[in-house]
Ligand binder design. Structure first.
Ligand code: TRP
Length: 325
């Protein structure tokens, strides 16, 4: 039997190029080999959300982008965390076997306390317990994550070991699978592309938006005049060329170094590459937007399939804990 993959992503709405290379492409590759559960973790979003006004829209936009990119709901179970309420019960049970001091030393928790001392709610402390519950409710064995999530995964493993040693082997110990992908730089050259830095480009942008956004992107700061030679190795537009115009990248590098091509033209080439690259995705997305019923069915069917597994696990957990005869 194929191993079970559980992957979770917070509902961040329309996906950007960083999400695409860091997460979505991975889901598409994994679905060929594994038994994949792709979950939109809307409850996790509540730990830091000030308002839920756009939550439904964000969940929906993310799912549509996944489907448009090629996540196949016949191969993967695509669902929303809160649609399977068993998660809340397992979270409660696991909270009883998780020492508070394990949670208080989690680096992401400490960071959040530092950043928002006024907003340290009970749910935030339990974030890793909820994450563990996600994984083990579906008996996830492999969990694709970025490096920043490794402490959470280590904690999940500790909770699993503790539970299993107290109540018997119910859960497999989940393994992190590091998602290796080239870091996608933001358009402002400030580092990683991210929603909060507002330096992102959405994969569903129209060709006009793509051209406009890329025309304002930062390039090699040392290249002040058109005649100055460029330094592709420090230019974020060049690093995007590697992804979107792979066949011309050698030529562009040479031209840039020799001042044969200017930044304006270089950005036009990149914009065209991005427009072409996401063309088919944009078309599929438009078709999906015209069929809201189909998308609703995908997540409803995902929730049904996920719930079958969730109920079974919870039965086992409750018997193991003597909550059920
Ligand atoms: N904490 C993860 C993140 O911020 C999201 C997440 C929630 C998750 N539950 C999960 C990831 C379970 C993997 C498995 O990216």
């Amino acid at each position: 039997m194929a191993k079970r993959v559980f992957s979770g992503a917070r509902p961040t709405g329309r996906q950007h190029i960083g999400n695409y290379f860091g997460h979505i492409l991975n889901l598409i590759a994994l679905q060929e080999e594994y038994d994949c559960f792709d979950c939109v973790v809307d409850l996790h979003a509540l730990t830091t959300l000030e308002s839920t006004a756009t939550l439904q829209q964000d969940v929906n936009d993310m799912v549509i982008d996944w489907l448009a990119a090629g996540v196949d709901p016949e191969k993967s179970v695509v669902f929303v965390q809160s649609h399977v309420p068993e998660i809340a019960e397992l979270h409660l049970l696991l909270s009883m076997v998780t020492p508070l001091n394990w949670l208080l030393r989690v680096p992401t928790f400490k960071d959040k306390v530092k950043m928002h001392p006024e907003n340290v709610n009970y749910g935030l402390v339990g974030y890793p317990v909820l994450m563990t519950s996600d994984i083990v409710l579906y008996k996830g064995e492999v969990v694709p994550v970025g490096e920043d999530q490794l402490p959470h995964l280590e904690l999940a493993r500790e909770i699993v070991r503790r539970f299993n040693s107290m109540f018997g082997d119910v859960f497999p110990e989940p393994q992190a699978k590091l998602t290796e992908f080239p870091m996608i730089v933001g358009l402002d050259g400030s580092g990683k592309m991210s929603k909060s830095a507002e330096n992102y480009l959405e994969i569903s942008s129209t060709p006009d938006e793509i051209r406009r956004r890329i025309s304002t992107a930062f390039t090699d700061p040392a290249r002040k005049r058109r005649t100055d030679p460029g330094h592709p190795e420090v230019c974020n537009v060049f690093s995007l060329h590697k992804m979107f115009t792979p066949r011309r990248v050698v030529e562009i590098e040479t031209e840039c170094r020799g001042a044969g091509i200017g930044c304006v033209d270089c950005k036009k080439l990149l914009a065209q590459g991005v427009v072409d690259y996401f063309g088919p995705l944009r078309e599929r997305r438009e078709a999906l937007v015209r069929e809201p019923e189909y998308v609703r069915n995908v997540v409803a069917d995902g929730a049904r399939r996920a719930a079958v597994v969730a109920r079974q696990t919870l039965e086992e957990v409750k018997s193991a804990m003597n909550l059920k005869s």
